[in-house]
Design a protein around this ligand. Structure first.
Ligand code: PMV
Length: 348
């Protein structure tokens, strides 16, 4: 190991799940497979300065700077991440790391930064590993980065590549794995090229339920078995939809997945309602607009009140007009973000 110090940076995007991951087993193994669109604009950029220690301390050491300032409250998450990945990155304890990170979207916008943040950090650590081992193959690099990102935040393993990433064992998908995300391996109809996602910021507050708590609520959930089975079925059907470009079926699967995610939270113990009245107003407006104009706008949700509005690029003008005229009024401070399907993380 000749490399004594250096600096590297990666930009990793967020992603939006179409079939949702909700529920996990030990070691961040998903209870069901999921699939997502990689996003483009919503991203985290992380740089890591690494300095070889004169003598290994026998454990990892890092400091964290967020948007220019030291950030103590993110440290526990990063500590957990480092302790989980340590055994896969033996060099970790020989270096000190200064991690600097910033998001392209406003802080506390209600947009989760764990997927983009954890994948950017995993990629930076992989980059250090590549400097020590320059012959590493790109496929191995991506797969291991996804594997490591998963240990930080499950959905982060779907943010390394794009435009569509699948994670979790699934009989109908060759090469699928519980351990890392894979680039969707089959043909995708051109209607999904440049698919648009406008994120409506309905509630920018702190999440009511952390996703860790949320996943745990699927243990002993009365509908868990059915739900996990349904995710497999939806994923298989989505493969057909990606092949033939049937947007009616796409909409039916994606909206049902979003509502099912929320239904799981409403029917767990304890139970939660994570939608806000404005979330429902927006959903009703989307349904009315789609019906009246025969378009293909639809919604999906994360584990929160914000709404992701999905639509094909060919309907961009009419949908943006609709969003501005009818939906923005339901957003906190009228805030929304225009995004689209993207191609994965980039080295800076
Ligand atoms: O990656 P986590 O543990 O924060 O879980 C994210 C779960 C959802 O965003 C609700 C669904 C998904 O598949 O991304």
């Amino acid at each position: 190991q000749k490399v004594t110090s250096g600096e590297i940076a990666w930009r990793a995007p967020s992603n939006i799940a179409l079939v949702k991951y909700w529920g996990k087993k030990k070691n961040q193994i998903p209870a069901n497979p999921s699939i997502s669109f990689t996003l483009d604009n919503a991203a985290t950029t992380t740089s890591v300065v690494y300095t070889k220690l004169a003598q290994s301390k026998g454990h990892f050491s890092f400091e964290l700077v967020f948007e220019g300032k030291p950030k103590k409250d993110f440290e526990p998450k990063i500590k957990t991440f480092f302790s989980r990945v340590e055994k896969y990155l033996p060099f970790l304890r020989d270096y000190h790391f200064t991690i600097e990170t910033s998001n392209s979207f406003p802080h506390s916008s209600g947009i989760a930064s764990s997927a983009s943040g954890m994948s950017a950090l995993a990629l930076c650590l992989m980059e250090v590993e590549r400097e020590l081992n320059p012959k590493m193959k790109i496929d191995f690099f991506n797969q291991k980065a996804s594997f490591l990102a998963r240990l930080g935040s499950g959905s982060a393993c779907r943010s390394i590549e794009g435009p569509i990433v699948q994670w979790g064992n699934h009989d109908d998908t060759e090469g699928s794995s519980d351990l890392f995300g894979i680039k969707y391996p089959y043909k995708v109809h051109k209607v999904f090229e440049n698919y648009q996602d406008t994120i409506l910021l309905v509630d920018k507050g702190q999440k009511q339920v952390s996703s860790t708590v949320g996943h745990d609520l699927m243990h002993n959930h009365p509908f868990a078995g059915q739900r996990f089975e349904q995710a497999h079925k939806n994923l298989s059907e989505l493969q057909q939809v990606f092949a033939d470009g049937n947007l009616e079926r796409f909409i039916a699967i994606v909206e049902s997945e979003a509502l099912t995610l929320h239904a799981m939270m409403m029917t767990s113990h304890p139970y939660f309602i994570l939608m806000k009245p404005n979330t429902l107003e927006i959903i009703n407006k989307i349904w009315a607009f789609r019906e009246a104009n025969k378009t293909h706008v639809c919604f999906t949700l994360d584990a929160g009140a914000n709404v992701h509005v999905l639509y094909p690029e060919s309907e961009r003008d009419i949908t943006l007009q609709f969003i501005k005229n009818e939906l923005v009024a339901y957003c906190e401070n009228q805030q929304y973000l225009c995004d689209k399907i993207g191609f994965g993380a980039k080295k800076m």
